[in-house]
Design a protein around this ligand. Structure first.
Ligand code: PLP
Length: 473
């Protein structure tokens, strides 16, 4: 139970402490003498609040005073037992989450289609993946398993120490975590959630999918910079109160791993932006989300019929995902059109565009986006359109299969990444179109002609693939 007054909850103590540093004389790191090295705009403002660990600013890695207060305010807001501000992204939070809960040689239940940060973490820590696989001849959309497949995998592998779930995914899709948690609990298995795309969910539980913490996850990380007004790459790492009380997650072990995977000079600027973003959520979050949901619905209603909004049951309605394949335009032509009109989407794949709406996205931005989408004239040649759509359907099937498939590690994961160089047909890093960063090939897996063919199609569409240099040698 949070006993703070509204006034206290509306405070941002870390952000306030930094603002109070203004005007002081600096004889400490960083070397730019806060804000006075570069006097020309826009750099004159950029450096002002950047500072280091001082008695008056505190230490993000050893929280006390106003830092601890900021962490606690965040924990209370998000419904966690303990919260950390991680200033090197959810990438680092995932590393900490895995290192703090698993030990070398342990098994973790995990889909193949996870962010590359999770693949790196397993390789670094020597943790063994047990993949969540679909039933024979089936595949998961974008490689994201259904609840039944998770439950089946947990039942078959009761000795695994943890289960890793990404929720929501890049496309705003969620999964009913409570069923997974229930099954995992029977086997004393921890549930770790990559909620990189869900830092805003807590602001409107009646309008959006429930958070991982609410659904019973043990440990959850969120990218504040993706959906909240926070600096890149601000991240939140939450431990559940119940797991701390039960001793399932040890906050001291988490604290030690924070020091391993985060720089010894975490950014106050980024940390304060998390504090400020949490304050914003407390004050305006729900109304901002209600508005975004309305604006997204309104925009969708006004779209021509050759766009289709993709929003499976239980999706995050603040995320706008549009299938543009019926326009007949390929990825390059779609992006070029938006680019000429000054529009930058978050992700465009071969058939879909993802728009991440900021909590304060203006009416004018929505109007410009609608205008840009409407002014793209669809291809009128019916035969061309049909063959374009058929090709996309085949590629979508191929993508889902590649992201869902079982595979054999030709070389063990850790050895492939950090051991002696294997032969060239074996991947030594995850190979993943980016975004969304889900590996088509894991380190240690053989690169096949099928992978090459699929990645060559992506490359022709100018999709950037991390690790592509390993495929096309
Ligand atoms: C699902 C998912 N997890 C983790 C990450 C890594 O987050 P960050 O950029 O905050 O390091 C991303 C980044 O896109 C992501 O999409």
């Amino acid at each position: 139970m949070d006993h703070r007054s509204e006034h206290e909850k509306g405070d941002a103590p870390l952000a306030r402490a930094l603002a109070e540093q203004k005007g002081r004389v600096s004889f400490h790191m960083p070397g730019h003498r806060p804000g006075s090295s570069f006097l020309e705009p826009p750099f004159d403002r950029l450096f002002e609040l950047d500072t280091t660990e001082l008695p008056r600013t505190g230490d993000l890695a050893a929280p006390s005073g106003h830092v601890e207060e900021a962490y606690q305010l965040a924990a209370d807001y998000f419904g966690a037992g303990r919260t950390w501000f991680i200033t090197s992204g959810t990438t680092a939070s995932i590393h900490i989450m895995i290192a703090a809960t698993l030990r070398e040689g342990d098994f973790i239940i995990i889909p193949r289609a996870v962010h590359i940060a999770a693949v790196h973490a397993l390789a670094l820590m020597g943790v063994n993946p047990i993949f969540v696989l679909p039933e024979k001849r089936k595949s998961f959309p974008d490689g994201q398993p259904d609840v039944a497949s998770y439950v089946r995998t947990i039942q078959k592998n009761p000795n695994a120490k943890a289960c890793f779930v990404t929720r929501p995914d890049y496309f705003g899709r969620t999964i009913d975590l409570s069923m997974i948690v229930k099954e995992a609990e029977k086997h004393d298995m921890l549930v770790l959630v990559d909620e990189a795309h869900g830092a805003h969910l807590a602001a409107a539980p009646d309008l959006l999918p429930q958070t991982g913490l609410f659904e019973g996850a043990d440990i959850v990380c969120q990218s504040a910079h993706k959906t909240l007004p926070a600096l890149t790459p601000a991240s939140l790492l939450h431990l559940s109160q119940a797991s701390v009380e039960k001793g399932a997650v040890d906050p001291l072990r988490v604290a030690r791993k924070v020091k391993v995977f985060q720089t010894s000079s975490p950014s106050f600027l980024i940390g304060a932006s998390i504090d400020r973003a949490r304050q914003y959520l407390h004050q305006h979050g729900r109304e901002a989300i209600e508005r975004l949901i309305q604006k997204n619905d309104e925009l969708t209603k006004n779209l021509p019929p050759y766009y289709q909004r993709i929003m499976p049951e239980g999706s995050d309605r603040t995320r706008l995902v549009l299938d543009y394949s019926k326009t007949g335009h390929d990825r390059r032509s779609f992006i070029r059109h938006l680019d000429l009109l000054g529009i930058d989407p978050e992700l465009v794949d071969l058939s879909r565009a993802v728009f991440i709406m900021g909590l304060e996205q203006s009416d004018e931005d929505y109007e410009r986006l609608l205008e840009a989408l409407i002014t793209l004239k669809p291809i009128s040649d019916k035969a061309k359109l049909e063959s374009h759509q058929n090709a996309l359907e085949r590629l979508t099937r191929e993508r889902d299969q590649l992201l869902s498939e079982s595979f054999h590690f030709h070389v063990p994961l850790r050895e492939a990444m950090f051991g002696q160089k294997p032969d060239e047909s074996v991947a030594v890093a995850p190979i993943a179109p980016y975004p969304p960063g889900l590996p088509i090939i894991w380190p240690g897996e053989k690169i096949t002609r099928r992978h090459q063919n699929y990645l060559a199609v992506l490359s022709a569409g100018e999709v950037v693939t991390r690790g592509a240099e390993l495929v096309f040698v």
